[in-house]
Design a protein around this ligand. Structure first.
Ligand code: GUN
Length: 283
């Protein structure tokens, strides 16, 4: 069994991105990412702080907006409008979840598709669904693809099972695997017999937020498992959605939690920001 070491791979990627930032700066472009957080969800605070810190470490300027949960939808829309029209801002990320009084889809659609470094805008989701691979796409599933690539795992022809159908992970993940010519099944918490699918799977990507949903008796020998779940146990320990002990005995490759997909997501955000910054050269 080989561990898919996202921590190590993401460090290599970030070193490469730093060099690209230097090149862009020599061409007079300072890549800049705006990160917006509304409210006081502690996990979200940790995520946005990590994103801002990672951008700075790689030479990308970061603007961090921490707004109170009382912020109105209109106030948030106005800030996004300002950032959309600011030529010195390349990427805009609004951390989810948003407070209930704010319409998430309205906010996502208000971000310029060219600055949508999360890849959540329907324009970018639609292009991905059309099989176009030259645009901004969601960071976590992109990170999974890059992690597999780093271990020379070819997805073409594999039976891939994606468990979880979120817009952030499951849906774009299934689309990316399909674009890489895998045979993709999408499962979720209403799937009648999950084992029926997972036992046939060569590759499983799971993102459900359910501890121990995938166990050793549900997979075949040699399976490749990517665990996107992040769950905090009452003890404070972080675990994924996979029962690591039993599944790792049968897997050929498996990603750990923490240290698997999480660091890859951040690296892909930086990659998307550089992609967006490079488009300044094209106008
Ligand atoms: N909340 C959980 N994951 C993400 C992500 O990738 N992007 C944003 N904006 N919010 C999230």
């Amino acid at each position: 069994m080989i561990l898919l070491d996202g921590k190590k791979i993401s460090q290599n990627i970030r070193e490469g991105l730093s060099l690209e930032v230097t090149k862009l700066k020599n061409e007079g472009i300072e890549p800049c990412l705006a990160v917006i957080l509304v409210g006081d969800d502690p996990a979200s605070h940790t995520y946005v702080n990590n994103k801002a810190k990672a951008s700075q470490q790689c030479g990308i300027k970061s603007l961090l907006y921490k707004l109170p949960s009382s912020t109105s939808e209109n106030e948030l829309l106005r800030l996004i409008e300002d950032l959309n029209s600011n030529k010195l801002v390349d990427g805009i990320l609004v951390q989810l979840p948003l407070p209930k009084h704010i319409n998430k889809n309205l906010i996502i659609e208000s971000i310029s598709a060219q600055k949508d470094v999360d890849g959540f805008h329907p324009f970018n989701v639609g292009r991905l669904a059309q099989g176009l691979t030259d645009g901004l796409v969601a960071c976590t599933p992109l990170g999974v693809c890059e992690l597999l690539k780093a271990y020379d795992i070819r997805v073409e022809g594999l039976n891939a099972v994606v468990i979880g159908t979120s817009n952030i992970v499951g849906r774009p993940m299934a689309t990316m695997l399909l674009n890489l010519c895998a045979t993709v099944s999408m499962c979720h918490l209403k799937t009648k017999d999950l084992s029926l699918y997972t036992k046939e799977a060569d590759l499983i990507v799971i993102a459900t937020g359910c501890v121990n949903l995938l166990r050793g008796d549900m997979v075949k020998d040699g399976v490749i498992v990517v665990d996107v779940g992040i769950n905090k146990l009452p003890s404070g320990k972080l675990v994924g959605d996979v029962e690591f002990e039993s599944v790792s005995k049968k897997a050929s490759f498996i990603s750990p939690v923490p240290g698997g997909v999480g660091p890859m997501t951040v690296a892909m955000l930086l990659k998307n920001t550089l992609f967006a910054a490079r488009s300044r050269l094209r106008v």
